[in-house]
Design a protein around this ligand. Sequence first.
Ligand code: R5P
Length: 293
Amino acid sequence: MKKIIFTLPGNELLANSIRTKINAVAGEFITRQFPDGESYVRVLANVSKREVIIICTLHQPNDKIFPLFFLSKTLKDLGATKITLVAPYLAYMRQDKKFNSGESVTSEYFAKFISSFADELITIDPHLHRRHSMSEIYSIPCKVLHASGLISNYIKEKIKNPLLIGPDSESEQWVSEVAKDANAPFIILQKERSGDTDVKVTIPQVENYKDYTPVLVDDIISTAHTMMETVGHLKKAGMKAPVCIGVHAVFAGNAFEELKNSGIDRIVTCNTIQHVSNGIDISDLLIKKPDKG
Ligand code: R5P
């Protein structure tokens, strides 16, 4: 029997591509907002005794989570036997500890909530940070996929003489992997964040790399302050205009325009979040057999 895929608004391009590649059918449903902001969901497809897939990337998650929750609950009520949530970008991963007393460790609560209505989660490069595995917070099976191979291929094919630059020590593990597969050197920056938009970055010796094209690689570009701060230092050091590559194009507020106008060569992201900067297609990753997280 063909797989049935339900697509939440904003995920159409990726979902259509996956559906075509795996010859699945679109799960018909309606979702909209009442004038007072509440969500309406109606499932039209027959899902009785079927395993279903929901595609819903989770940037700006607060508006998405209720329609997703209502859809999942309705599908189960209508007899769906298993719900696999494909959330290429997974939200609420960064607040993973209390920095100040009384703070909510939202990554834990969010994980519990998702685990209460989905049976399986598939995601790409979740921001694990201080955690080692998704199973520390998610009680459902999670499949974690990595975009690093696709990023390496992009760099190999499209960038001449690349020097990869990772924003902080946490990024070293995966930036070094991207660099190895792209046959390129890499350096890791020292980053200090003292507020949401207050980021200080220092760059180790770049003098040796004047002829290279700097390629900034990060998992998330949100306010873009991490990248812009780095771009400023690279400019001062007389380096070429950098290429900025992010897995997840979160781009809060005017971040995209600000980064675009900061003296860079180009911005390229993976299509885990639908955005004009998408240049690396992750749909093949999602249809391949993934590693367990
Ligand atoms: C943080 O640890 C992440 O890897 C990114 O460096 C961070 O989320 C980027 O945020 P922003 O674009 O707001 O500087």
